[in-house]
Design a protein around this ligand. Structure first.
Ligand SMILES: Nc1ncnc2c1ncn2[C@@H]1O[C@H](COP(=O)(O)OP(=O)(O)OP(=O)(O)O)[C@@H](O)[C@H]1O
Length: 244
């Protein structure tokens, strides 16, 4: 049985002369946590953009999700098919509470009625460990870690098969990164395949089963995380060409 849930085949995104993503191919196995690393500007967020169609699909290449070709689908159709993502930002709706935010995500992305959305909110907030006492305050007043919890909970409202996270550890303290580690393991254990863009190497090494490193829009290395971070080309890319 083929257990590949998501396939990126020779995908590129070019902005005029800039090859932001250039001929990238990889598969994602159902149930895994796949880490994606790379220096700033190497094309990680653009790769998420072209997979999810937010705000654009690939210039060329194919994206296949659960056996269907999705690279010409509108973003909302891709989301509703089971590919959810988060962005590198603080709070989706700063003026809204966690409950209100999740109601919007549940009814729009998850296409749930109000009662089902409320039930799902309880489930996802429990899964990410969000305190009940914090559900009624505007998101802008939450701590950095609580905003991350809410962001991940929002992505889970539609019961996605795949959750794509863009640098969720940014701005977190070391103990908070350890909490995030446990949170993501719990999300994965609940049956969600996870794609994780991250600069925090300790998190990637702790939870990823495989690691892909991008550089200048192309795959530089992929495979076992501990081996990939020892790869000489990867070290050189991170050090900007300086030899140690
Ligand atoms: N909409 C756009 N128009 C033009 N250039 C873009 C656009 N989006 C991204 N780029 C460029 O594409 C390249 C890759 O950017 P991208 O944001 O994907 O990198 P990244 O690896 O996610 O970086 P970081 O780690 O800093 O978030 C960069 O040179 C960026 O300036």
């Amino acid at each position: 049985m083929n257990d590949t849930i998501l396939e990126v085949v020779d995908a590129s995104k070019h902005f005029a002369g800039l090859k932001a993503v250039n001929g990238v191919s990889f598969g994602v196995t159902r149930g895994e946590i796949l880490g994606i690393a790379g220096p700033n500007g190497s094309g990680k967020s653009t790769l998420f953009n072209l997979i999810t169609g937010v705000p654009f699909g690939p210039t060329s290449g194919e994206i296949r999700f659960q056996g269907q070709r999705i690279d010409r689908w509108p973003a909302h159709r891709i989301a509703r098919a089971g590919l959810a993502r988060t962005f590198q930002k603080d709070a989706e709706f700063p003026d809204l509470t966690a409950d209100e935010t999740l109601l919007i995500c549940g009814t729009y992305n998850g296409q749930l009625g109000r009662v089902a959305a409320r039930t799902r909110s309880d489930e996802v907030l429990g899964l990410v460990g969000f305190a009940d006492t914090r559900r009624g305050i505007p998101s802008r007043n939450l701590s950095v870690y609580e905003k991350k919890q809410l962001m991940i909970a929002s992505g889970l409202m539609s019961r996605p098969a795949v959750l794509m996270l863009d640098e969720p550890a940014s701005g977190l303290t070391k103990p908070e990164i350890e909490s995030l580690d446990r949170l993501l393991v719990a999300v994965n254990a609940s049956g969600v395949t996870v794609l994780l863009i991250e600069h925090v190497l300790s998190l990637l090494l702790s939870i990823s089963q495989r690691l892909i490193v991008l550089n200048q829009g192309s795959v530089l290395a992929q495979g076992n995380p501990a081996e990939v971070v020892r790869n000489e080309a990867v070290i050189t890319a991170y050090l900007g060409g300086r030899k140690q």
